[in-house]
Design a protein around this ligand. Sequence first.
Ligand SMILES: [Zn+2]
Length: 61
Amino acid sequence: MKAANNNNLCPICETNPALPDHHPFCSARCADVDLGRWLKGNYVIPGDKAEVPESDPDDAF
Ligand SMILES: [Zn+2]
């Protein structure tokens, strides 16, 4: 089966398309975020942006 609704975005991250396995979310993580909000009212979970420190390229030539 094809994923027909690619424009059905996850309401949590609003970035990834919702997957049938986690409908209407894109992942179990977003579903958990929604659950947390629902339980705690206005609970904020830190973003999952993994900021990788940039290593300096070899400028020495
Ligand atoms: Zn999501």
